[in-house]
Write a protein that binds this ligand. Structure first.
Ligand SMILES: Nc1ncnc2c1ncn2[C@@H]1O[C@H](COP(=O)(O)OP(=O)(O)OP(=O)(O)O)[C@@H](O)[C@H]1O
Ligand SMILES: [Mg+2]
Length: 455
């Protein structure tokens, strides 16, 4: 077969549309595929000036510049189509004589892409709504609480370790669960471990599990530890300040190495968990006393969130009451409401047990109430007596600055990271110690110093 003779029939048999123009932008040739795809008969277009047909055509740029355009996307108005084209200049003896475009109609792909975009926006909106619902129980009128919730909402999208500070009963576990549910690990387990309630001797086996026969009394077949159960999900280490020092070292190692071994085992279990911790104690104080490891503290305190005590957000009492009643009313099969006089008394009480105490008081009141509404008389006596001296300040004075809230997620992470590095450097004898505490490589430590202008 003589290729040159058959060139035209080759072009005619192509599936892709071909357009050839001369140097002065006259349309010299379009193939059959061009006519089929774009509904323009060959004899109606060949010989015309492309400028008159499609003034914006990209092939015109190519004859002008002599430079090819590869995988070029454009919308062709005269055809009403999205086109992907490879356009190359045509040369004869080194001089430009025109250009050729091989084109694909990608209108369908573009339409699908637009539809995908629409679905993505829709699913983002749904996700946002869900996120709103998840954090709805933590709604507050207090600025400090709103800041805490806003931070929680933001970190939920990341895998960053969160340390929740707050007095007993403020809702640390409620917030930890919300962070888990609003994050990517929502349909994986949320495993709470209360460090204050596990006897010290059992800590290790509870957390890391054990292999069969590793100690007297061990179960047949061994036992999975809470770390294994939490894999791919979230581990909520509650009352972290109560953890004995030797266990702190083991947990730190597991977190740094992203894995551990069961007691008496040799198999390596890799660990992929998000860590949320909570404490009602001042960990810095514990570090000073030598009962909490500083390196573990920095590891866990990536994003600290302070939940203020109820006495500093008394305006929230009516809303919290309505939430507690929504749970209690069905339980007691009573549908009681609360009179304003009750809120007046509640507003003067100092709530040392915070939301938990409020919930217990309401439960007590409902249990003994014989009417349809809770009145001042139903309020336990000790709550009615206001003690002037009891409004002690929150132990967690350190405020989260409101600036945090306006930052983007990335901005927030960087700000927290910068502050953390500054703090560690301040509290270390030298840089080597700071690097060890931060658990970073020397190289990334110095590149972060550069990045944050701390060098
Ligand atoms: N925003 C809220 N809405 C409804 N109930 C709440 C809210 N916050 C806390 N509670 C209730 O208060 C009680 C204490 O909450 P949670 O266990 O989360 O507190 P905590 O800070 O973890 O306390 P502790 O330090 O004693 O462990 C729980 O019964 C919880 O359901
Ligand atoms: Mg708790």
């Amino acid at each position: 077969m003589e290729l040159e003779d058959n060139l035209l029939s080759i072009l005619e048999s192509l599936h892709d549309a071909v357009l050839v123009i001369s140097k002065d932008s006259k349309i010299m040739y379009v193939n059959g595929a061009y006519s089929r795809h774009f509904g323009v008969p060959q004899n109606k277009i060949i010989g015309r000036q492309l400028k008159d047909v499609e003034a914006e055509a990209r092939i015109l740029q190519v004859v002008q510049s002599g430079r090819p355009l590869i995988n070029d996307y454009s919308y062709v108005h005269s055809l009403g189509k999205d086109i992907c084209a490879n356009i190359t200049p045509l040369l004869e003896n080194g001089s430009l004589i025109g250009a050729v475009a091989i084109m694909k109609d990608i209108s369908e792909v573009v339409a699908l892409q637009a539809e995908l975009e629409r679905y993505k926006t829709y699913s983002d909106k749904l996700e946002q709504q869900l996120n709103q619902e998840i954090f709805a129980p933590l709604k507050s009128r207090s600025n400090r609480m709103r800041i805490a919730v806003e931070l929680a909402r933001k970190v939920a999208e990341t895998d960053a370790s969160v340390l929740l500070y707050g007095e007993t009963g403020v809702g640390k576990e409620v917030m930890a669960k919300a962070i888990h549910q609003a994050g990517k690990r929502a349909n994986k387990p949320f495993i709470p471990i209360n460090m204050a309630s596990i006897p010290e001797a059992l800590f290790e086996s509870e957390l890391f599990g054990y292999e069969e026969g590793s100690f007297t009394g061990s179960k047949k077949g061994g036992k999975q530890g809470l770390f294994e159960l939490a894999n791919e999900g979230t581990l909520f280490l509650d009352e972290i300040g109560e953890m004995p020092l030797n266990l702190q070292a083991k947990i730190l190692r597991a977190l740094q190495e992203k894995g551990f071994q069961r007691i008496g085992g040799t198999k390596w279990c890799s660990l992929d968990v998000r860590i949320i911790c909570a404490t009602h104690r001042d960990l810095r104080q514990l570090i000073k006393q030598g009962s909490f490891r500083e390196d573990l503290y920095y590891r866990l305190n990536v994003v600290p969130i302070h939940i203020p005590p109820l006495r500093e957000r008394r305006d929230d009492i009516p809303f919290l009451t309505s939430q507690v009643l929504a749970n209690l009313n069905p339980k007691y099969q009573k549908y009681v409401t609360v009179l304003e006089e009750v809120y007046d008394i509640f507003a003067n009480y100092h709530w040392p047990g915070n939301v938990r105490e409020l919930s217990n008081v309401l439960e007590h009141m409902i249990a003994i109430c014989t009417k349809n509404s809770l009145t001042a008389e139903d309020v336990p006596h000790y709550i009615r007596i206001k003690k002037e001296t009891e409004d002690k300040p929150d132990v967690f004075q350190q405020e989260v600055t409101p600036n945090h809230v306006n930052l983007s997620l990335n901005g927030l992470k960087q700000k927290v990271e910068k502050e953390l590095i500054e703090e560690v450097i301040r509290n270390s004898k030298n840089r080597t110690e700071a690097i060890r505490k931060l658990g970073m490589s020397r190289k990334s430590f110095y590149s972060k110093l550069q990045k944050y202008g701390l060098a």
